[in-house]
Structure formats: structure tokens, C-alpha cells
Design a protein around this ligand. Structure first.
Ligand SMILES: [Zn+2]
Length: 252
């Protein structure tokens, strides 16, 4: 008689930062598959891989924050973040019931295009052309901003607890890298922030601003937003289509 074996399901699991010290080398710093029967709690599956739940601050299942008791299903993707203090990575509820958090960033002077692109996706980004390393580290620590840099030395500073070394050199690839590594896809709010000054954009009635618009724009534009910081006006112009296309490529 054939033995009935339970249908095995598979999920992809990725551990971040120092949690990788706790898992076998094959699972370090990469997506790796885990097999399970039924729909176990995510906590049990992760602990079976060697990571005690007490080490974990934040769990994402399919990009959404999850509690330890959440059940795993076939095809799920799990991201597991360690307890490093206040990993400001997502507007998510951590397993420790921390308040909702929004990822915010400070970028080094070489990442100006990336800064604009992240703002284009709606993220709060501080960037100056020539900041000192000391200021970058201080701002990151004091304002709890994730420091993005191409300078590994900067990330070794003791103050910096939330940092990411950006590997790519091409700005769009950098954007994709940051979005993917920090799971920002669902947190993006495209065209909600000023690319120039990082201010929030607010819709304004067309009648109120029509005098400020070029005549050709006035005729065809449907919606205009104004930066609450520098007052610059934004509308869907020629750059908009290119940016929309890039956003679609990056947020897939
Ligand atoms: Zn502005």
C-alpha cells in the first residue's frame, strides 16, 4: 500500500544582518527555501532554522508585517530582521508592537540622483552635496534615518546603527537595490514629495494656480500639486511619463 505523505509546501526565507550568524552558511544573506507540512506558525519555522524568536524584531511575510503566530503558506516570502534598535525600515508593526514607523533616509553626497528618485517614490530623504561624515552619522542617529552610502568606512562609525552600503553605481539600479533590500515596494507613494527640497506635495485647485502655469500646461493639465516647502508646482509633464515608467520598473 502506498504511504500517504503529507503535501509539502515551500516558502522563501531571508535573514538580515547579524541573524545570519545563527543560520547555516547556505542560508546566509540570500533567499533560501524552507519546506513544511500544513500551515505552521512562522515563528516555529524560523526557530527550526536556528534563529530564536527573541532575536527578531521584525517579520515581513510577503512584504507585510506579521506576528509570530502568522501561518505560513506555500509560496510565501519571509524576511526576518534582527533586534537592532529601531530598524526604521517600514511602516509596519513589528512583532514587539512598536509604533508605526516610516522609513526615512539620509544620503551621502555622491547619491544625489538616488535621493531625488527616492523622493519621487515619496520617501523622506535628506541630502546635501557635501556633507561631512560626522554630520551624516549624527543625523542618521539623531533622526533615526537610514544612512545610504557608497562609503563603507562611514557605516563603520559607531553612531551609525541604520545604514546600507549601496552596491550599484547606476542611479536607477541603486533605486531598485534599495527598494528591494529594504522591501519598500508597498510603502512607496509616488509623486507625493518634492524632488528639490523633500517637502510634501499638496493638491491645489487649478483655478488657484492657473496664472502660474505656462499656457500650454494650463490647457491640458488635470491636477497640480504644490510643494509645501519651497512652493514649486508639479504637474504631469514630459518628465512624468519617464518617471512613471521607471517607477513601474522599480516597483515590480
Ligand atoms: Zn520643494
Amino acid at each position: 500500500m502506498a504511504r500517504v505523505t503529507p503535501q509539502m509546501s515551500r516558502a522563501m526565507v531571508r535573514f538580515y544582518a547579524e541573524l545570519n550568524d545563527l543560520v547555516v552558511p547556505e542560508r546566509r544573506f540570500r533567499d533560501s527555501e524552507v519546506e513544511f507540512a500544513g500551515s505552521p506558525a512562522v515563528k516555529d519555522v524560523i526557530e527550526s532554522l536556528g534563529v530564536p524568536h527573541g532575536e527578531i524584531d521584525l517579520l515581513l511575510v510577503n512584504g507585510r508585517s506579521a506576528g509570530f503566530a502568522e501561518r505560513l503558506h506555500d509560496g510565501d516570502r519571509v524576511a526576518v530582521y534582527p533586534m537592532f534598535e529601531g530598524f526604521d525600515v517600514a511602516t509596519v508593526t513589528s512583532v514587539r508592537a512598536a509604533p508605526l514607523r516610516e522609513p526615512r533616509f539620509v544620503l551621502d553626497g555622491h547619491l544625489g540622483r538616488l535621493a531625488a528618485y527616492l523622493r519621487m517614490l515619496g520617501f523622506d530623504v535628506l541630502w546635501e552635496q557635501q556633507p561631512s561624515d560626522m554630520d551624516l552619522a549624527r543625523i542618521s542617529a539623531e533622526e533615526r534615518r537610514i544612512l545610504l552610502t557608497r562609503d563603507r568606512g562611514l557605516l563603520k562609525r559607531k553612531q551609525v546603527t541604520h545604514g546600507l552600503f549601496v552596491r550599484a553605481t547606476h542611479p536607477e539600479k541603486q533605486l531598485r537595490e534599495v527598494v528591494e533590500r529594504l522591501h519598500l515596494q508597498r510603502l512607496a507613494r509616488p509623486f507625493s514629495r518634492c524632488l528639490r527640497c523633500n517637502g510634501a506635495l499638496a493638491s491645489v485647485p487649478l483655478a488657484e494656480v492657473s496664472a502660474e502655469l505656462p499656457p500650454k500646461v494650463r490647457e491640458r493639465v488635470q491636477e497640480v500639486r504644490r510643494c509645501t516647502g519651497c512652493r514649486k508646482l508639479y504637474w504631469a509633464g514630459t518628465h512624468h511619463d519617464q518617471m512613471s515608467a521607471m517607477i513601474r520598473r522599480v516597483l515590480v
